[in-house]
Write a protein that binds this ligand. Structure first.
Ligand SMILES: C[S@@+](CC[C@H](N)C(=O)[O-])C[C@H]1O[C@@H](n2cnc3c(N)ncnc32)[C@H](O)[C@@H]1O
Length: 208
């Protein structure tokens, strides 16, 4: 299913479905970023604002962007703050919304919907400065190799959202090529059980 339509259709259930990936990624983001503070965060693929409220506790301003009107509507109803600007943006198109630099850029569970990582990192590079951080929390590629995909149930059956598999080196090489250095790599496991496949891959890059 087309990504925007899929998330428009998923949006009303997204916060309430059982979803271990969604919940574990939220915990990971908080664990990794909790001791830091930022002036202006660009939250890419903010969805229903799952992470936006917590990011407000460490960021002065947030520009929260998403492709899906349905997901954004829920986020806007949930978070009414003059520190957050929600904008409908497809990040594969021109970034006309970005007229400043951000010291934090986050991608939570969204890069699996992006085919060309290099193009995205090139755009991120244009809106960041030396020392800016890029946080990534993704469905772990090992889970993808085992068949996991973003999916949800409707009356007409299971809907699978268009996804692309990226290897760990794909993320690192795309980031490096745009001037970002890996400063943190982590993996999150269900119930901290390291005998199972890791569910979430975390990468943090710093702009050189
Ligand atoms: C699995 S949801 C994650 C939402 C939120 N970050 C979270 O962790 O719950 C992926 C989000 O990425 C958005 N998205 C996918 N492709 C996009 C694109 N090209 N530009 C902007 N947002 C996109 C979708 O609309 C969706 O809201």
């Amino acid at each position: 299913m087309d990504i925007a339509n899929a998330y428009n259709s998923w949006s009303s259930q997204y916060d309430t479905n059982d979803n271990k990936t969604r919940d574990l990624e939220a915990l990971a983001l908080q664990k990794i970023l909790q001791a830091k503070s930022f002036k202006h965060c660009l939250e890419i693929g903010c969805g229903t604002g799952k992470n936006t409220a917590w990011l407000l506790s460490i960021c002065d301003q947030i520009t929260a962007i998403d492709l899906s009107k349905g997901m954004l509507e829920i986020a806007k109803n949930k978070i009414q703050s003059d520190k957050v600007n929600f904008i409908e943006v497809d990040i594969t198109k021109d970034w006309t919304f970005a007229n400043q630099t951000y010291d934090l850029v986050t991608f939570s569970l969204m890069l699996e919907h992006i085919e060309d990582l290099n193009a995205v990192f090139q755009k991120v590079s244009r809106v960041t400065a030396v020392g800016s951080l890029v946080y990534i929390g993704e469905l772990h590629p090992f889970k993808q190799y085992a068949g996991s995909k973003a999916r949800f149930e409707t009356e007409s059956g299971t809907q699978v959202v268009t996804c692309f598999n990226h290897h760990v080196t794909d993320f690192i090489q795309a980031a490096n090529a745009s001037g970002f250095q890996l400063i943190h790599l982590d993996e999150q496991f269900d119930d901290a059980d390291r005998s199972q496949l890791p569910r979430i891959l975390n990468l943090v890059f710093e702009k050189l």
